[in-house]
Design a protein around this ligand. Sequence first.
Ligand code: FCB
Length: 283
Amino acid sequence: MTEAINLDPLMPGYPFNAHLVAGITPIDQGGELDFWIERPSGLKGYILNLTTSGSGLVFPGSKHETRVTTGDMMLIPAGACHDYGRHPDAPNWHHRWVYFRPRATWSEWLNWAQVTRNVGFMTIESRERVQLISQLFKDIDNSRKNGSMLSEELGLNLLEQILIRCREFDQQRPQAPLDNRIHRVCQFINDNLSKELSIAELSSVACMSSSRFSHLFRKQLGIPIRQWIEDQRISLARQLLLTTDLAVSQVAQYLGYQDALYFSRVFRKNLGLSPREFRKSHQ
Ligand code: FCB
């Protein structure tokens, strides 16, 4: 018997196949959402989280236990363990969040100064700023709901604005800025998505050995280089499927996949739909 897929992102077991999902989790004491969100191996994408009221507790019972209140933000990278819920002392914890697969050009914005167990923390100091960020979260949610052909593009654009704002508001300058060589490779990948990209070539762009490069890439960006490239290609594939009438085989070729069937398989693995189904579902 196959288990029914949970279609509510607020409930455990939601597959998070999409590249951008946004929502609000209003946890009230004793309510149906009043449980711990525990993901020991993290998710496939990043999560950006803003407390809008009440108080939450992150990594409870560990030496990294952290209380978050209104205006506190968290950035949880792909694959980063997270464990959080309503602070037992607080009657509620409401937070807005965005789940996303970052664009290659965003690496600069994903490198926060204060990091605990791979999770970035930041406090947005003034009420005006909290409002501004909170509004952007709402705009993402609304842009997703309007479901137009370009709603995801708009959502990603708004998300980039939040990330840039966070960078701007960050009190502490990053202690360890993104390694220049990794930054260079991210740009290179972005410019060459339609070509075959080997680790050997990418490590030579970084001027490092293959194994050191792969290790550093994963350490800095939280996911293996292959998955990063695949994410970027799938992002572009989605965009091309929605905004052009290129045939699926042409999209595959444009993205450097010689075999259209293989491309469809990779696409389905990432998004749970074939390229054709995906295009149809957005028409
Ligand atoms: C929801 C959680 C929220 C965030 C997203 C990705 O289920 O309530 O905190 O983790 O998933």
